[in-house]
Design a protein around this ligand. Structure first.
Ligand code: GDP
Length: 191
């Protein structure tokens, strides 16, 4: 591991100098089959992650990340999305939304766009939002271009990353992006 890297690092290989621990809830949304569960499982097996707690509920997984000398606990909720849930969440919104589609499935991209639209309509855009084009390894089956994903993210002013959960490609970058976006949004609220 490069010690100067700002990638997430294992809790077991380094200790937080600040001693500050932060805990955040992350809701992972997307059409069934786009790879949400595998992405979260990859977070848990990453060499950069020391600790994870696979609770009895498959839809609720907790990981600990050390990044920029700060330890952050993330709790991932992957339960199915519906509009009612968004309305219920209005009182206790998560700190971040990760919206996943498959680059090989146009309907999942449309679904992700609909979710973004709903989040904006329900005023959840003060939270960190990351759009994820997963299955980037399926080059021949790709039907959603990187540019299309990027353009949607720009139009909603949210972060965008393409990943391959199967190849574990850009998965650590996604994890780091989630933490950075949460911090950024917190700073925006304070200032
Ligand atoms: P979920 O329903 O969104 O939680 O999707 P899953 O994580 O259960 O994945 C659905 C299927 O897609 C499984 O067969 C995964 O192995 C496969 N899958 C997930 N991510 C990728 C990926 O990045 N590339 C490829 N080729 N397949 C993937």
């Amino acid at each position: 591991n490069d010690p100067t890297s700002t990638q997430p690092k294992s809790r077991s290989s380094s200790c937080s100098s600040s001693g500050v621990e932060r805990s955040h809830n992350v809701t992972v949304l997307g059409e069934s089959g786009v790879g949400r569960s595998l992405l979260i499982r990859q977070f848990c097996t990453s060499e950069y992650l020391g600790a994870f707690d696979h609770s009895d509920d498959d839809n609720d997984i907790k990981v600990s990340v050390l990044m920029d000398d700060e330890e952050t606990d993330l709790s991932f909720d992957c339960s199915p999305f519906n509009q009612n849930r968004l309305e219920e969440e209005e009182e206790s919104t998560p700190d971040a939304y990760v919206i996943v589609y498959s680059v090989a499935d146009r309907s999942s991209f449309q679904y992700a766009c609909d979710v973004l639209y709903s989040l904006r309509k329900e005023n959840h855009f003060q939270k960190a939002i990351i759009l994820v084009g997963n299955k980037s390894d399926l080059a021949r089956a790709r039907v959603v271009s990187t540019e299309e994903g990027h353009n949607v993210a720009v139009s909603y002013d949210c972060k965008f990353v393409e990943t391959s959960a199967v190849l574990n490609h850009q998965v650590d970058e996604l994890l780091a992006g989630v933490i950075r976006q949460i911090k950024l949004k917190e700073q925006q609220v304070i200032s």
